[in-house]
Every structure is written in C-alpha cells, then in structure tokens.
Design a protein around this ligand. Structure first.
Ligand code: MN
Length: 515
C-alpha cells in the first residue's frame, strides 16, 4: 500500500533565512498561493513573534490562502505561542509549531536549562498551544546530537501533552542517511505512544545529504518531510521539495510512498521563488536546473528519439516544462487578461488587475507576442511593488560612443516626486548613480545579472541585483523589453526591500537561532 507523506513547506520561514532572500508581505502571499496550487499540505508562513512584518505575512496567508494548513513557528515561550495564535486565529486550518533544544550542548550553553526543566517547558508550551488550536507540532531542536534516551522521554511527554506531529530536525546538517534513518526507527521503537503522532523530519544540506537523509527517514516510517522550493535556506539550504516529490513519485515502487504534490506546478513554483528571492538555481540542479532534462550526448539523443524511456527516467512535462506558448497580444482586453491570469492560477483583486493590466498594455506596445512567463513576471512585480515606498515615475538616458552617459530620473518617494540628473560610466551606471543620489542610499551593489525571459530580440530582459547595507543583504528584480528600465526597476525593488528590512529591525525583530 502506498503511504501518503505530508509535505511541510518552509520556504517562507527557513528559506527566507538565507542571506539576501528576504521577501515582503505581498511577495510572501504570492509564493503561498503558488504553494497551495502546488499542493503542499502545510505552509510554514513565518515566525509571527519575530517582527510586525512576519506577523502580518502569517496573518494574511492564513486569511487568504485556501487549501493547505497554515503554520507559524514559535519558540517555547508563552509570548511566542500567544502571538502565533493571534496571527492565525479565524483561519480554517492552522497549526502552531513550537520548538526547544534537547541536546546537552544547546541546553547548557544557550538555554542554561537542565534536562528536567527543558522537558517541563516543552510540555507546558505544547499544552498552551493546544489551548488555542488542535494541530500542534513540536521540534526537539538539535535532535540528532541529543542523548537518545532523553530524546525519547521528551517526545513521549509532548505527544501525551497533545502534539500531533513531532519533527526531528538535523539542525546543523551533521547526520548521514543510515544514521538518521536509525534515529527515526529508534523513536518509533522506543517511544510507546509514537504511533499517536506523525513523525516529521527537517534536514539541512551542509554535507549535501538533506534529501538523502529525509528519504532514509521516510523508509523508516517518517510521515512528514519539511522542505523548501529549490532547497533554499540557511547555509547550504534545506531539503529540496522538488527532489523529494519527484524522488518518491519516480521510485514509488521502492518507497511505497508518495505525496499529494501536483508535480506539473514544480517548474513554475521554482521560477517564482528564484525570481522573488534572487536565489539563482544552478543549471545542473536536479529536477529544476536549466540542464536537468537536456540530453547532449549523441548516444543518449539517438536513444531518446527512438524511445523516450531509453534514457529519460522522468518526463519534462511531469514538472510542467512545456514549450512557451503565446498567450496574449496587443489587442487583448482587460476581460481576456483577467481570464488568462485566472487560468494561470492568479486570482487578483480589481485594484491589482488595474496595476497589472496597465503594465501589460505597455509591454504589448513593444512586444508582439506575450508568453505565460511574461505574465508571471508582470503579476509578481506589480503585486510586490504595491507596498513600495519609492517608485519610478520616469527616466531618460543619453549614451553613445562620443558622449558622457547622462541620466535624468524622476522618482516618487512616499508620494513626493523628486527629479535629478547625473552621469556615469554607461547608461545603467548613470541611472543607478542618479537613483542613489535621490534616495541617498549608502548601500553597495554586490551583483548585477541580466537574462532574457523568453526567446527573440523583443524578449523582456530580467535584471537581478543584490544590494548590501549595514550587514543587510537583499535582492531585487525587474523586467522590461528595455534593459535599462528593467535595471532601474530591479535596483528600486532592492532599495525598497532594504528600507523594509531596516524598519523591521528598528521595530525590534527577534534575532534567534531557529531550527
Ligand atoms: Mn532549519
């Protein structure tokens, strides 16, 4: 019989902890809606206590995203649990996920608690969370480095206290598959009430083994895997969702397990998360890398032409990789635009449609055929921009072989129009220097990349930048048929994120070690 493994997506919480990957509330809601289309069982939407921005993201996702259970992380402290509940209340399917370390190293040096105190606290906080919701998850942090007998004791106690899911994290990415599988088997064999809870796993990829460890755990009875899109996350990242989903689906014969993931949405979800976070996917990445389905060897190609199954263990269509199709043109109206977006899975409000439609019309003036990927970019950028403090009104730039590149830029900063002229080494540099002068940013540009979204010389160029100030790193993105416009948009989106992040920290964001 095939067991169904729950997919717990933590792209918006653990994934967002990667340097430079911070997302604003609009972007998080957009990713959450796509995760719902992908069919994940649980979305960890954030850590509500950590900042007003995280609280708002959890609250809005809980209110607006249909399908998956929406979860907030909370440390094992009453104020954290209460705040998680405030963000989640009123929504139909919610979970509180609380955690506390069980390793002697953490208890002694970080928490300054005895084993008995930690167990008591874990039980009390699970009970407190159960006072609010039926669905509570507990994670013994640093489980893979904890004393096994003590770990079993804590797990038994939290299950008795009402935790329906117990998640075993390999917080530091130290475990190897055989060992991690044994840990899960040990829990199932030695914790008398373990059958009353779903055993989950949360692995990190420091040794490149997050997916292997998670699959080893599934073989030993784990019923939930925590993962992120494209495997993003702290340090070397988390378990990659697409690899787990396709691994289980492709080798169902061996695992006797599967997930409810609609794999045809994988490619689209991967593109969206990569664009929003600025975390570029390596070309040779399994499943979602640009080369993952590119067979170049002559012998392989010959075999594929004769029969697809000769060298192809998965079909590109199964992850939604299909040839780009023209979906709209210059004459398409607002109604058709709305309908097409709905077919692509985007349900927007009237105000959002208006923003996106204006942008679409401008694009259609320059580009004859509009592809699905173009619409994705328009929607994601326009929605993210609605929260921006600084927006681009207009600019003009002069450059050529015999003149100093000069830009005039008009920005709207909190409702006020400001315009200025400046020069640079080239047209992009001139625009960037002028924007920097208007906004008085002290940030440093770390990375600037341009790529084409679809084929053809009228394709939109997509610019990704990475910007740093006071130890904070953010990424920005912008797209247009004119790459200087795309560049300006990318830079402004990064500057807006920097301002958000600075505000978040000024409001006292909690900097804590998380699982
Ligand atoms: Mn983690």
């Amino acid at each position: 019989m095939t067991r169904m493994i729950r997919i717990f997506d933590t792209t918006l919480r653990d994934g967002e902890q990667s340097p430079g990957a911070s997302m604003n509330v609009e972007e998080k809601v957009m990713v959450a809606k796509q995760l719902a289309r992908l069919g994940v069982d649980i979305i960890e939407a954030g850590f509500a206590y950590s900042s007003p921005g995280d609280f708002e993201a959890v609250r809005r996702i809980a209110q607006e995203v249909e399908g998956p259970t929406i979860c907030s992380l909370a440390r094992a402290r009453p104020e954290d649990i209460d705040r998680a509940w405030e963000a989640l209340k009123g929504a139909p399917k919610v979970r509180i996920h609380t955690f506390l370390s069980t390793s002697d190293i953490h208890l002694k040096h970080q928490f300054r608690m005895t084993r008995e105190e930690a167990k008591k606290r874990a039980v009390e906080m699970v009970q407190r969370a159960r006072g609010y919701v039926d669905d509570v998850e507990f994670s013994p942090m640093d489980a893979s480095r904890s004393d096994a007998a003590y770990l079993y004791e804590v797990i038994e106690a939290v299950i008795s206290a009402g935790a329906g899911t117990v998640n075993i994290p390999d917080t530091v990415g130290y475990a190897i598959p055989q060992e991690f599988g044994k840990l899960i088997r040990g829990i199932r064999e030695h914790v008398p009430n373990s059958g009353k809870a779903v055993i989950s796993v949360h692995c990190h990829n420091d040794l490149g083994l997050a997916v292997a460890n998670s699959l080893a755990a599934v073989i030993e009875g784990a019923g939930q895997v925590e993962c992120t899109i494209n495997g993003i996350g702290e340090r070397a990242g988390n378990t990659s969702l697409e690899e787990i989903a396709m691994g289980l689906r492709t080798r169902k014969d061996l695992y006797q397990a599967d997930t409810k993931i609609h794999t045809e949405e994988i490619s689209k979800t991967s593109r969206l998360v990569s664009k929003i976070t600025g975390m570029v996917v390596q070309p040779n990445k399994a499943i979602v890398g640009a080369n993952a389905f590119a067979h170049t060897s002559g012998i392989h190609q010959d075999g594929l032409l004769k029969d697809k199954t000769t060298y192809e263990i998965m079909r590109p269509e199964s992850i939604g990789l299909v040839e780009s199709k023209m979906v709209m043109g210059k004459l398409s109206g607002r109604h058709a635009f709305r309908q097409r977006l709905e077919e692509l899975g985007y349900k927007l409000t009237d105000e959002e449609i208006n923003h996106a439609f204006d942008r679409f019309k401008k694009l259609a003036d320059h580009k004859k055929e509009i592809y699905e990927e173009d619409l994705e970019v328009i929607v994601s950028e326009e929605l993210a921009k609605m929260a921006d403090r600084i927006t681009l009104k207009s600019f003009s730039v002069k450059s050529g072989t015999d003149q100093v590149p000069t830009a005039t830029v008009e920005l709207e900063v909190e409702g006020k129009a400001i315009s200025q002229t400046g020069t640079g080494d080239g047209p992009v540099d001139a625009v960037y220097r002028t924007i920097a002068a208007i906004t008085q940013t002290k940030s440093k540009l770390l990375m600037y990349v341009v790529k084409a979204i679809t084929g053809g010389t009228d394709a939109q160029g997509e610019v990704s930048v990475r910007v740093q100030e006071d130890g904070r790193t953010v990424s920005g993105h912008g797209a247009d048929t004119d790459i200087i416009t795309a560049s300006a948009r990318a830079y402004l989106s990064a500057l807006n994120k920097l301002a958000n992040l600075a505000a978040k920290q000024a409001q006292g964001e909690q900097k804590v070690n998380l699982i």
